[in-house]
Structures are given as C-alpha cells and as structure tokens.
Unconditional design. Sequence first.
Length: 230
Amino acid sequence: PTRRRLLLLCIASICLLIVTLSLLNPAFLQRFSSTRQPSLISLSAHTYQQPLIKPQLATPVPSTTAHRVPTPVSSTSSLGTHSTPTIDPLSSASARATPTSSQTRQVVPRSVPPAAPSMAASPTPGPSLQLQVSPASLAPQVCSQGPGYWECNVTLTTSGSGPDRLRWSMALSGGIAGVTTTILHGRLTVGEVRTLTIYIPDDPFAGNCTNASLIFSSSANTVTVPWNCP
C-alpha cells in the first residue's frame, strides 16, 4: 500500500508539473506531445493547416443550377437596352446571297396546272372518188373523120379523195353498133388521167344515131355520154 501511494503521488506530481509547465510555456507542451504522440500531432497539424487553403483554389462541385441558361427575355431586354448589336459582314452577305422562303416564293413562279386537252373536232370526210368523163357528149364536130369511121378521144379522170383506186368500165347503149375502143375497163387513182380512143362507124343507113350513147360505169357513179349523128 505504501508503494502504491508513492507511485500515485509521483504520477500526480508529474501531471501537476506538466500542467504547470504547459501553462507557463505552451512550446514545452507541444514538444512533449510530439515526443509522446507523433501520429496525433501530424493529424492535428494537418487538420490545423486545412483552413489556410484559399477557397478559390477548391474545385467547384457541379450542380444543376450552375448550368441553367438565362431566359431569352432577360438577355434580349438587357441587350436591347444597354448594348447595340453589331452586324457581321459575312452573315449579312450570306443573308443577301441566300434567299429566304418568302423570297423564294416570289421568284419561283407558281406552277399552273396543264389545261385539259380540247377535243379535236373529227375531220369531215371528203367526198369519195368520182369518175369524170370529158367531153360530156360526142359528135362529128368534136371527132376526126377517117375512112369509114369517126375517131373520137375521151378523157377519164377522178374527183374527190380516197385511198383506193377507182374501177371503171365502158358499155354501149341504143342502136349503135360496130364501135371499137383501145381500152374497155381499168382502174384510176387520185390525179390520174386516162385517154381513150373510140372508133364509131360512119354508116348513115346503119341506124347508129338512134338513142346511141356510151356509158362509163364505176364503183361510185355512172356517166352517160350521148352520140349525136351528123
């Protein structure tokens, strides 16, 4: 028990001495603490030096409010009130070079719908091919006299239009007989001219002047050419 008391007394004396020295000289306490607890002193020293760091050197923490864009109303009002907008020559040149949608509508003509094709009137078909005979009548006055016959020339033509050729033929009518010709039938195209030579006998006692005529028939019409006696 005596030893314990002495030990406690020594410990109490040492503690009292340390407290007294710490009050009188704080540097002694710092040295004593550094020799006794180096890890705690370095930690406290580091903690003590942390407030000395400047706030502006700290890395800012990103937040949602930092990325908010100001409303266009405030920027427009402040810009129109306190500053004059500058015109970029390149942007103005490009604006003049590139037409806007309204300019394009003015330059490009509006498409006009095609007019409905008018119904073309169907052409009126022209007259079909018709046989024409000249002269209209035969007589010694229009013919030439030969030895015992009259030589008469008849011209055949066509009138009208048509893709096909016109068939024709010649026949005799009345009391005429002994008549000969170079061609009795044939075909005529548009614009073609055919000349026939007809030989009529010159016999006043044969009765060739009684209702005598030459008949030219075709697929389109018939032409009668009378023969008048001398």
